[in-house]
Design a protein around this ligand. Structure first.
Ligand code: 0A1
Ligand code: ZN
Length: 884
């Protein structure tokens, strides 16, 4: 392992080494001659020395390129006038201003990594973030080089009737030989990672939007013709996002056209290329028959996310990739508040926090832990992480909480104004908020610099004679790789005090003249240990802390199960009601796990059953929130709560609890299910979706009760469903039941939907998540099925990703079969698509937390990868960090 590591150690990039670019590109004229096998790129760059840059040679990045010719100010450069390595082109002795013409050839049909120019089916498309542009032509491929692009595309007219690039279309024409051409011009200077080109035989769905200043913008979604009926939801979402960004942030769109293209092969969800967003088809296409309510939500938020990048990312971009969260954290925060405004804010917050806690907390506690602004990387693609995105969003959200809504808006106005057209840093972002409001966020900036999840311990005391309530907050943050000790964070802590009847008490700190009315107030925690004294507290309160999850921290607050049950029904904050319920369920499940480990008889908690009954019959509660409150935490999340996870006992405990709650409340689940089963046509609106989610939760309990008749009900729901939400919920429940009915359900689902890739991926995913004993064998069988291709990232995520990440009982099988399977697939994938291979490795992130035997097996799997020659930088970085 060590020898291969030193032989292949790829270069580490350090934030501390940042230097301005030596040369700038003012204008980039690109001409593409598209051809299946070889595409020719003529790039004419107007360049100049950067007056603020270092004295250095001009270095252009380039990978997997055939250099055809190079001209300086019209004169051909000979081989001895420049130097070339596998990743760079160095040209010495350049004047202060010059024009460079570079002709390269590339082979899009050989491109399985899906970076640069590649084929997705018959569509030619690009993916340039972070460093894909260098696979198209030689260029200073770094975000702080911003240039005005003009792009001409020439191609066969029949094969590629639609040819798109960034900006506005300027001109087009036809040649006599069956080819045609088009010229696009983007007036906004941009870094190369935002470049895009698409060519194909595409259907276009059109609409328009009138901006706040009265400009008309054409909106176009381009899809394979077979998907033309699947664009409506994305178009509606786009218009909602455009309006919301005007109303909420004062941001208006800045080109005449906004385009979205859907492709089937894509490494991530979508990409915000200027004026020409490219989407993974699964994140944009939807009809009620083919997409679930969750898909509809996801599409709405991703369409908004990419659109919001037009300002937070494109107009103001990142100076270097260490600043990635500048655009991603802020944009996720913006898309989350957009979704909260359009849907149920409480449910949105629960989903966001659930995602953060289950994914990001694990990352922050593992070998890849890194700050929101990392200080080193080997492969930048590995840093498109939940820390950069989701924790980054929490950091921006905390700034908003600390300064207030109006003040935050003043700050973002200043930020956009001050830095429009620039490539900047997270420090610049914070500075703009500080300057606009005269606040000091210097300690707060530690959130960008220190990795790890802080732990907050809460201690309380009530003095009934003095009517004083003391709340002591102690913070600590565990060591993470490269950061042994941490300084205290600046934490906004939202608290409320409740009396015995659940009524909010006024909150007056001892140095305050007036009490704070209202349910919740924000305490500003800055010390390692800090005490807040509340005076005039008439009766002993119960403090509800971290309301709305006001900071991304772990809370150590010892509440009894009875206190949690009280908060579950009485807290004024919906998020904390849900959270108290989850904590209660976790306490109960962990006790059951201990009982299983000690061979004790298992007993059902009547406290929980009572609370479930109250929730289920609460007429005032949003059904979507009821559904969330009745959903048990995942096995993975439970595993994260144990010092050494016991996957089998966790599974058994969870099944026991679910079955017994189901048996105890069967009548109520039955009644609720029936009540929600009124037949009406599908509609994507909050009320209907809330009803469907509660209905499906009820069905899952009814099936869990073990009553065989409930399976018939499940089959009936599948048969009668006019939408994918109800159909898939039924199928999910069926795949955990062995027998002929299961096989029939799977077969007829496939027969009905085999033409639809998005639906087929769901079919693969439900099977990969099955708890039946032969799941791994079936997954291996499905890899040979016509529906699966290892070259398609969505297929890989649906089948291999689902099995390894969301099927803990089988992935962590004691014989190591799950781990070996993953290692084998990673080695195959690494040769085809390193980004996807590296992402799959994430399933082994927590390997050191498991029992001795499993650790050994996971280590062997990791070593079998590490010992391979010629690993990609992507997989190399993760595997070596995991084993370090
Ligand atoms: N910036 C995009 C995500 C993205 C990142 C990298 C990609 O290829 C490696 C593709 C997309 C976003 O935040 O949506
Ligand atoms: Zn983004």
């Amino acid at each position: 392992m060590d020898t291969s590591a030193t032989e292949q150690s790829p270069k580490v990039t350090l934030l501390a080494d940042y230097e301005q670019p030596a040369y700038l590109v003012d204008e980039a004229l690109l001409q593409f001659d598209l051809d299946s096998a070889k595409t020719r790129v003529v790039s004419t760059l107007t360049m100049r020395k950067n007056p603020q840059g270092p004295e250095a040679d001009c270095i252009l990045d380039g990978e997997a390129l055939t250099l055809v010719s190079l001209k300086l100010d019209g004169k051909k450069l000979e081989g001895n006038q420049f130097q070339r390595t596998t990743s760079q082109l160095l040209i010495p002795n350049l004047p202060d201003k010059f024009e460079l013409e570079i002709i390269t050839e590339i082979e899009p049909d050989q491109n399985t990594a899906l970076e640069g120019l590649y084929y997705s089916g018959s569509i030619l498309c690009t993916q340039c973030e972070a460093e894909g542009f260098r696979r198209i032509t030689y260029y200073p491929d770094r975000p702080d080089v911003m240039s005005v692009f003009t792009v001409t595309i020439v191609a066969d007219r029949e094969k590629w009737p639609v040819m798109l690039s960034n900006g506005n279309m300027e001109d087009q024409g036809v040649f006599d030989d069956g080819r045609h051409w088009v010229r696009w011009h983007d007036p906004h200077p941009k870094p190369s990672y935002l470049f895009a080109l698409v060519a194909g035989d595409l259907h276009v769905q059109q609409d328009s939007f009138t901006t706040q200043s009265g400009r008309e913008v054409a909106l176009r979604i381009y899809v394979d013709p077979e998907n033309k009926h699947k664009c409506d939801h994305a178009l509606t979402s786009l218009k909602q996002a455009m309006k919301w960004d005007e109303d909420t942030y004062g941001r208006e769109y800045d080109l005449d056209v906004f385009m979205i293209v859907a492709v089937n092969d894509f490494n991530m969800g979508a990409m915000e290329n200027k004026g020409l967003n490219i989407f993974n088809a699964a994140c944009v296409l939807a009809t009620p028959e083919t997409a679930t309510d969750d898909d509809f939500y996801t599409i709405q938020s991703i369409v908004a996310h990419e659109y919001f990048h037009n300002w937070s990312g494109n107009r103001v971009t990142c100076r270097d990739w260490f600043q990635l969260s500048l655009k991603e954290g802020f944009t996720v925060m913006r898309d989350q508040s957009f979704s909260a405004d359009l849907n149920s804010a409480a449910v949105q917050r629960i989903d966001d926090v659930n995602g953060l806690r289950s994914m990001q907390f694990a990352e922050d506690a593992g070998p890849m832990a890194h700050p929101v602004r990392p200080d080193s990387y080997i492969e930048i693609s590995n840093f498109y992480t939940v820390t950069i995105y989701e924790k980054g969003a929490e950091v921006v959200r905390m700034i908003n909480t600390l300064v207030g809504d109006e003040e935050f808006r003043k700050g973002t106005d200043l930020y956009f104004d001050r830095h429009d057209g620039q490539a900047v840093t997270t420090d610049d972002f914070v500075k703009a908020i500080e300057d606009a409001n005269a606040v000091d966020l210097s300690q707060f900036k530690r959130w960008y610099e220190q990795a790890g999840t802080p732990e907050l311990t809460i201690d309380t005391n009530y003095d009934p004679i003095e009517h004083r309530f003391t709340l002591t907050v102690t913070q600590a943050c565990p060591a993470t790789p490269g950061q042994a000790t941490k300084q205290p964070f600046h934490i906004p802590l939202a608290v409320g005090l409740l009396d015995k009847s659940g009524t909010s008490l006024d909150m007056q700190l001892e140095d305050e003249a007036e009490p704070h009315h209202g349910d919740t107030r924000i305490l500003s925690v800055t010390e390692a240990s800090q005490t807040f004294e509340f005076i005039n507290v008439s009766s002993e309160p119960l403090a509800s802390v971290l309301r709305g999850f006001s900071a991304p921290v772990k809370l150590k607050y010892d509440l009894s199960n009875h206190q949690l049950a009280f908060l579950m029904v009485n807290d004024k904050d919906s998020f904390n009601r849900w959270d108290a319920g989850q904590k209660l369920i976790i306490n109960i499940l962990l006790e059951l796990v201990a009982d299983i480990q000690q061979n004790n008889p298992l007993v059902l908690s009547s406290l929980l059953v009572n609370q479930f009954e109250r929730i289920l019959t609460d007429k005032k509660l949003d059904p979507a929130l009821i559904a969330k409150m009745l959903t048990l935490p995942t096995e993975n999340y439970l595993a994260a709560q144990m010092t050494t996870p016991d996957v089998d006992a966790i599974h058994q405990a969870r099944e026991f609890l679910k079955r017994n709650i189901a048996v105890s409340l069967k009548g109520l689940f039955n009644q609720t299910y029936e009540k929600l089963s009124v037949k009406k046509a599908y509609d994507f609106n909050a009320d209907d979706m809330a009803m469907r989610s509660l209905k499906n939760v009820c069905l899952s309990y009814l099936v869990a009760s073990g009553d065989p008749l409930q399976l018939q009900r499940c089959l009936r729901q599948m048969k009668q469903a006019d939408n994918m939400t109800e159909l898939l919920a039924g199928l999910r429940l069926m795949v955990d039941q062995s027998g002929l009915e299961r096989e029939n359900a799977l077969r007829s689902f496939y027969e009905q939907w085999k033409q639809d890739r998005q639906v087929v991926d769901k079919w693969l995913a439900v099977q990969a998540a099955s708890t039946l004993p032969d799941t791994l064998i079936r997954v291996k069988g499905l890899m040979k099925h016509e529906a699966f291709s290892i070259k398609n990232p969505n297929n890989v995520r649906a089948l291999i990703g689902m099995f390894c990440r969301n099927n803990p009982v089988h992935f962590h099988a004691k014989d190591g079969s799950g781990y070996r399977f993953l290692a084998e697939q990673i080695l195959v994938l690494d040769k085809l698509n390193p980004q996807v291979a590296a992402r799959m490795l994430g399933a082994l992130n927590s390997w050191r937390r498991y029992d001795e035997q499993r650790q050994q097996l996971m280590k062997q799997a990791l070593e079998s990868i590490a010992e391979q020659q010629d690993l990609s930088a992507d997989v190399y970085e993760i595997v070596t960090k995991y084993l370090a």
